[in-house]
Ligand binder design. Structure first.
Ligand code: THU
Length: 125
């Protein structure tokens, strides 16, 4: 699967976002070493702190199905097409647990930007 194909899956997944408060739809698609893809969207809550990000939705779905050897995650949103969408710090720590060198594909104005999780969160716990 190409990076663009994975990003396309993330972009499709954002349509399921439950975002009555922010209206900020985020989709994620995570690829495992077995070649399986799990997608996720953000799920908000009237108690704002209880919201779950798209990346963690996708990762938890994978783990709950027995997959946690993550290789790549792609992130897309319905945000401004002038901004790149980066994972929040909670998601960076959450994903670090499984692969500190995870490849992270972030939708951007020119298509996408690619990072290693260790670039986005050096010296993780
Ligand atoms: N959000 C994500 O789903 N992923 C991120 O990496 C950044 C933020 C969402 C958007 C909005 O729902 C917010 O988190 C609520 O916590």
């Amino acid at each position: 699967m190409t990076d663009q194909e994975l990003l396309n899956l993330a972009d499709k997944a954002k349509q399921k976002a439950y975002v009555p408060y922010s209206k900020f739809q985020v989709g994620a698609a995570i690829l495992t070493k077995e070649g399986k893809v799990f997608t996720g969207c953000n799920v908000e809550n009237s108690s704002y702190g209880a919201a779950i990000c798209a990346e963690r939705t996708a990762a938890v779905k994978a783990v709950s199905e027995g997959y946690h050897d993550f290789e790549v995650i792609a992130i897309a949103s319905n945000g401004s097409d002038k901004e790149t969408v980066y994972p929040c710090g909670i998601c960076r720590q959450f994903l670090h647990e499984f692969n500190p060198e995870l490849k992270v594909i972030c939708q951007s104005p020119d298509g996408f930007e690619t990072y290693r999780l260790s670039e986005l969160m050096p010296k993780g716990f």
